[in-house]
Every structure is written in C-alpha cells, then in structure tokens.
Design a protein around this ligand. Structure first.
Ligand code: AMP
Length: 116
C-alpha cells in the first residue's frame, strides 16, 4: 500500500480543512481550489490510492460515498438543477492526490464534460 496522503491528515483532523460531513466510513470537505460554487470532495476514511485499487470488500464504502454526495447536493440546494460527480484515476485521468475522492461540483452550468 503506497504512502498515505495529505487526505489522511484531514480525516484525522490533524490539519485544517472545511469538513462538511464525516462518519465511520467517509469524510467530505471543501476543495481548497474550488472549480465551481460548490466543490466538495468525498473520500473514504480507508486509504484506497486509486480507482484501480477498489475491491469488492470496499463496496459498502463506495455506496456510502455516493449516498453522502447526494445528501450534500440536496443540502447545498443544487440537486434539482444538477451537478457533476468525477473520480480521476492515475496520470491520464489527471489524478493528483493518491487517495480516491469523488468530486462533487455544481452551482452553475458546468458545460461539456471534457475540454476539447
Ligand atoms: P485530483 O486531481 O482528482 O487528484 O484532485 C485533487 C483535488 O484535491 C484538487 O481539486 C485539489 O484542489 C484538492 N486538494 C488538494 N489538497 C487539498 C487540501 N489540503 N484541502 C482541500 N482540497 C485539496
């Protein structure tokens, strides 16, 4: 298992972050470099480096990540207009932090999914 990242320190609240939700399986906090009016990262408390490392035993965690994303979107008032959920994987996916995270982006029209 590769080294833990800065996100493990956020989970343990050893460094500051704007945490909006935390339970036994997941933590959600505002992205430090927001790309939209709402930009929240939902991450597992367990260190899973990339989407390639998700195993069957992690299915409850991944389910929780999505139910928490939907709950946060409703609370943020963006559920009806819509939003985008993204998980980047490895270099071609543009992953920068090797602790899986679901980006929740919304609050404005986000346009086409990929820049051309
Ligand atoms: P990715 O490119 O999918 O790995 O995205 C990593 C995201 O983590 C970027 O959007 C960063 O702005 C965000 N990020 C990195 N460090 C922090 C931090 N300390 N607190 C909040 N967000 C962070």
């Amino acid at each position: 298992m590769p080294e833990e990242t800065i996100f493990s320190k956020i989970i343990r609240q050893e460094i500051p972050a704007d945490i909006v939700y935390q339970d036994d399986l997941v933590t959600a906090f505002r992205d430090i470099n927001a790309q939209a009016p709402t930009h929240i990262l939902i991450i597992p408390n367990k260190h899973i480096p990339t989407a390639n490392d998700i195993g069957e035993e992690d299915e409850p965690i991944l389910g929780r990540i999505f139910t928490v994303a939907a709950k946060i979107a409703k609370e943020a008032g963006i559920a009806e207009d819509g939003y985008r959920l993204i998980m980047n994987c490895n270099t071609h996916g543009g992953q920068e932090v090797y602790h899986i995270h679901l980006h929740l982006l919304g609050g404005r029209p986000l346009g086409p999914m990929l820049s051309r």
